[in-house]
Design a protein around this ligand. Sequence first.
Ligand SMILES: [Zn+2]
Length: 231
Amino acid sequence: MDSALAQLLHRRKTLPEHDQLAAAERDRDEVEAALIEAETEVSDLSTDQVKAEADLEPVRQRLARDQERIADGTVADPRQLESLIAEVDHLQKRISDLEDSELEIMEKLETATARANELTGKADQSRAEVKRLTGERDAKVTAINSEAAERKTERSTLQPDLPADLITLYERIRGGHGGVGAAELRNRRCTGCQLEINAAELREFAAAPADEVLRCEECSRILVRTEHSGL
Ligand SMILES: [Zn+2]
């Protein structure tokens, strides 16, 4: 029973779902970090675009005003008119430059937005995968736990039937031997340490009364005799 219990605990600890879940959580964390980065970029570029638009606005207004003044003929002085025309040229060039950089920002924003959208989808998938694997792992752990609880119940019902000094000895050995204090003697071998019992000892074991507690010389576990012991 203790052997079965130890195996169950080992199985619970080494479930492949633990590693799969850890890997899925790492993936999710990476995707989420990349998503935050992409969202920050989108937000920064949106701010840049608003600023670029704000920079353009007064220049456009000035250009419109200048063009209006040229068109309505209120500027009579030829030199003043000439400088107004020169300013219009300059403002048009300035607007063209500002529009170019705004366009550049908008292209970057489009790329960043597409990336953020893609990562949002990936993050959703990653979170769903973590949830799925958590569910699978929890189901397996729960199943193992209930099996272990059954074994423990069986163990505690068996205990009162055994002599107290034997239990004391067993528990003492168990403490130092990976949780298993007794092993089957099978085909002349201790199944606790897997070593073969020598011939002289086997003869002693064969002659020993059925209620004598036999011990493995090598690992000192209590040896349990069965019809397969080879005695
Ligand atoms: Zn042994």
